[in-house]
Design a protein around this ligand. Structure first.
Ligand code: BES
Ligand code: ZN
Length: 882
């Protein structure tokens, strides 16, 4: 375990490195339990500084030998511990170090550094895994040119890969071993290093870049799975083309490789020229993957590819700048998906994700700025805030400056900082320079945590034909930030006239409002629109132009009007969500108080109108007909949440909706019954989404006919999307058809771990009391293993994150189970354990009884002996008073 003495790490303590590394030659001899690593580093003192000790990071390392300029270094001239190698008085000049370490990849259960996924050797070095391979200045502002030689038994590891281009390979004379040498000419930080060795099959393709460079593309998978790489390869080629068109960015090596492995802590990793993926995000066929899986694969393949420019060519100076690569790259993958599919549907899906993950994080004890200023464990900062709010901040720059300036700013960033380790300030400065704008106040988006709240009040003056919009912003206190300054909020607005048409936006001083965006900068301000011929309905924060909580004085009639007429599809969806949320919050309170639920005929009509509006995209209608999730309702309620009451309210409304729209839902269901073979494209997926949403609402009535339709769809489906959709909706009802279908599903797919994961998740998310015991007994099922991160996520994370009702059981049994699991997993895989324990982070929102259970559960973790720094950091922050 690495040392804690230097922690916490603070942004204000950043100092440039004393020593730089020019080249790294790694020679890795793979062996299951004793892999030998020889690293030859050429180092030089950085800049003008005085002579400084040479301190290299390590983590659980075992030094075998050390030479300086080819001569063994006497033991009195260095100190080597498992986590540090110090040469107190190195010569103050360019020098060469030869470091030999031996590591045990089979014993590496943390999945960081060099480890084994099944029989495959692979690495994961972000954020601080390289120091588990060799001693090194393991920080992103040390960028070096790497040459990697890998050697292994030919039979055990016929395929040997590393970053860059292949330069040599061959037999090791007189042995059964072979080797390969790879060279990466682009200087990179150590976290982007990767190597892979094993028995892998590959699928190959080619791509000709915009400057006519031929690139070989390869996806390596377990032999026999080649046919399931088609969609990933297609996604990769589309991503490469898109980055050329949308950002002018071209690929830069002769070969681009992806390796899919079955045991991986994250989704995927952008190692230079050699991305390593969780195989869940590569393997797909119509029979094995759902439309959601295809969509996710496309996005993740693109995301990791896009890092080649945003992350690799230009990397981060330090880990506080993580959003510089992650937020920006999420923004880029969202834009890619929007262009490949439907922009409106993508935006709605992204905002749903932002609200369910990031808004919740921002409202609880783990809230932190997009660029944090302190951390104890960097792995705990790969968060929704850094990723998703980080992407929103980039999006706001585009909204504020317009697409032209935004693109020019990006171009300047790429040319000005190529080959460097940059900061958020340097990134934003490029846009300030291009647009001649002062972005000082904008920088608060990086430093202030918490979701800004904006209250909007519109009023119409019929005599003056003016419309006045009063806006007030505030930002709630978050840990360490009791008071906040006002932010720059780009609010895209429109005024919708009574006939449903857009009214012209003219400010009272005669100016037009550029791109329909009002820019708020003060705690309160007012905008006056002139020449408004009729009373308008204000459509605010169009396209979710700013990541804020907005409340406006819009009546139920106004919202229904927007749902039917707004030219901005995001706000059409939002209007329905707002109406439904109001009703669900009221009905949750009613259930808690033992009162009858309220009905809202207007809302039901609005849903009906949307369902029957043939001009709308099916995928949009599917989203519009999906009620806010339990977590969304809980967040809206904010305090003393009773998840059982939330569930009751939502379930009741689903049932009412299913009854009210029974005829039209069944008509749509029949009309959309797909003919022809499955295709994964967005339009076909959208039709399936709508059809399956209709099915879900039909089944919500619990009527026998609807259950039979679902059971038939389950049996007849020729693709995983329809089969899973039928099974999911059935799984919500305690009917005989459910047990039969679940048993059938396992029998069909028992040999395919990724599909069995779906089966585990389904059972973990059944909202009934028996689920906890079922999940516990599934941990003993032959399909489950605590040693595989995907299995743990499929069963246990899914229970904690996607089953609000049972995880939050009133008796605290859900929390106790998660804590038991966290404590069991922590010694073997701290990162996985830390992510799981984070499921308890919102305990303060709960009603008093559950709150007490959750707090006791967190305290039990905190009191456990020898916690990893990862888990300890989360529980300390989750429990802290502030
Ligand atoms: N660089 C990350 C992978 C990573 C995350 C490494 C945390 C080490 C610690 C990669 O680019 C990434 O962000 N992957 C995401 C998926 C992406 C589409 C948001 C992931 O793994 O979940
Ligand atoms: Zn990323």
């Amino acid at each position: 375990m690495r040392t804690e003495e230097a922690r916490p790490v603070r942004l204000e303590d950043y100092r440039p490195p004393d020593w730089l590394v020019e080249t790294v030659e790694l020679d890795v001899s793979l062996d299951a339990t004793a892999s030998r690593v020889r690293a030859t580093l050429t180092l030089r003192p950085s800049g003008s500084g005085a002579p400084a000790p040479l301190v290299l990071d390590g983590d659980a390392l075992n030094l075998r030998s050390l030479k300086l300029d080819g001569v063994a270094l006497p033991p009195d001239q260095f100190v080597a511990t498992p986590d540090r190698l110090t040469i107190a008085q190195p010569p103050h000049r360019r020098l060469r170090l030869d470091i030999e370490t031996v590591i045990d990849p089979s014993a590496n259960t943390q999945l960081s550094g060099l480890y084994r996924s099944g029989a495959i050797y692979c690495t994961q070095c972000e954020a601080e895994g390289f120091r588990r391979i060799t001693y090194f200045p393991d920080r992103p502002d040390v960028m070096a040119v790497y040459t990697t030689r890998i050697e292994a038994e030919r039979t055990e590891a016929p395929v040997l890969l590393a970053n860059g281009n292949p330069v040599a390979s061959g037999e090791v004379p007189g042995t059964t071993r072979h080797f390969a040498v790879w060279h990466d000419p682009f200087p990179k930080p150590s976290y982007l290093f990767a190597l892979v060795g094993g028995e892998l099959a590959c699928v190959e393709d080619r791509f000709r870049t915009m400057s006519e460079h031929e690139v070989t593309l390869r996806i390596y998978v377990e032999p026999g799975k080649e046919r399931r790489c088609v969609y990933a390869m297609d996604s990769l080629k589309r991503a490469m083309r898109w980055d050329e068109t949308a950002f002018g960015r071209e690929y830069d090596l002769d070969i681009f490789m992806i390796v899919a492995v079955s045991n991986f802590n994250m989704g995927a990793m952008e190692n230079k020229g050699l991305n390593i993926f969780n195989d869940k995000y590569i393997l797909a066929s119509p029979e094995t993957a759902t439309d959601a899986d295809f969509e996710r694969i496309e996005a993740i393949v693109a995301h990791e590819y896009f890092h080649n420019w945003t992350g690799n060519r230009i990397t981060c100076r330090d880990w506080f700048q993580l959003c510089l690569k992650e937020g920006l790259t999420v923004f880029r993958d969202q834009e890619f998906s929007a262009d490949q599919r439907s922009r409106a549907v993508e935006r709605i899906a992204d905002v749903r994700g932002l609200r369910t993950h990031q808004f919740v994080e921002d409202a609880g004890p783990l809230a932190h700025p997009v660029r944090p200023v302190v951390y104890r464990e960097i792995n705990n900062f790969y968060t929704a805030t850094v990723y998703e709010k980080g992407a929103e901040v980039v999006r706001m720059l585009k909204v504020l400056l317009g697409p032209g300036h935004f693109r020019k700013g990006m171009d300047l960033y790429f040319s000005r900082h190529d080959g460097e380790a940059a900061t958020v300030e340097q990134f934003v400065q490029c846009f300030a320079d291009i647009a001649g704008a002062n972005l000082t106040q904008f920088m608060l988006w990086y430093s202030q945590a918490g979701t800004p709240e904006v209250v909007a009040t519109g009023s119409y003056d019929a005599g003056a034909k003016t419309f006045r919009l009063d806006l007030a912003q505030s930002i709630p206190a978050t840990p360490g930030q009791p008071s906040k300054a006002p932010m720059v909020i780009p609010l895209a607005v429109g005024l919708v006239g009574r006939d449903g048409h857009e009214l012209p936006l003219k400010s009272i001083d005669g100016g037009t409002i550029e791109r329909g965006v009002l820019t708020l900068t003060k705690p309160t301000e007012s905008f006056l629109f002139a020449g408004v011929a009729q009373p308008p309905v204000a459509s605010l924060n169009r396209g979710f132009s700013a990541p804020i909580k907005l409340s406006a004085n819009l009546s139920a009639d106004d919202l229904r009007f927007l749902a039917a007429h707004d030219a901005d599809p995001f706000n059409r969806w939002q209007a329905l969500q707002t109406l439904a949320t109001r009703l669900l919050v009221d009905n949750t309170a009613a259930f808690q108080a033992g009162r009858a639920a309220r009905t809202d005929p207007g809302l039901l009509d609005a849903f009906h109108v949307t369902l029957n509006d043939g001009r709308l995209e099916p995928a949009f209608v599917a989203l519009a007909l999906t009620l806010p999730g339990e977590a969304d309702i809980a967040r809206e309620i904010g305090r003393d949440v009773d998840p059982d009451a939330v569930f009751e309210a939502r379930t009741a409304l689903r049932g009412v909706l299913g009854e009210h729209l029974a005829g039209p839902l069944f008509d749509q269901y029949r009309r959309l019954s797909e003919s022809g073979p499955y295709r994964p494209d967005a339009a076909s997926a959208g039709r399936r989404a709508l059809r399956n949403t209709c099915l879900d609402l039909m089944v919500a009535t619990r009527r026998g006919e609807a259950i039979s339709v679902a059971a038939r769809q389950y049996q007849a489906a020729d693709n995983m999307t329809d089969r899973m959709a039928a099974l999911s909706t059935l799984s919500l009802c305690d009917v005989p058809e459910r047990a039969a279908a679940l048993a059938d599903f396992y029998t069909r797919y028992a040999d395919d771990p990724l599909i069995v994961d779906k089966w585990l998740t389904l059972q973990a998310t059944i909202p009934e009391l028996a689920t906890l015991d079922r999940v516990k007994s599934l941990t003993a099922h032959r399909a489950f293993s605590f040693a595989n991160a995907n299995r743990v996520r499929a069963l246990i994370h899914a229970f904690a994150l996607a089953n609000q009702k049972e995880f939050n059981r009133a008796d605290g049994g859900g929390y106790d189970f998660i804590v038991d699991t966290v404590l069991a997993i922590d010694p073997r895989n701290p990162q996985l354990a830390a992510r799981l324990v984070s499921a308890l982070k919102n305990w303060r929102m709960l009603e008093p009884m559950r709150r007490a259970h959750a707090q006791a559960a967190l305290r039990r973790v905190a009191a456990a002996p020898s916690l990893s720094p990862d888990v300890d950091d989360i529980v300390q922050r989750a429990l802290a008073q502030h």
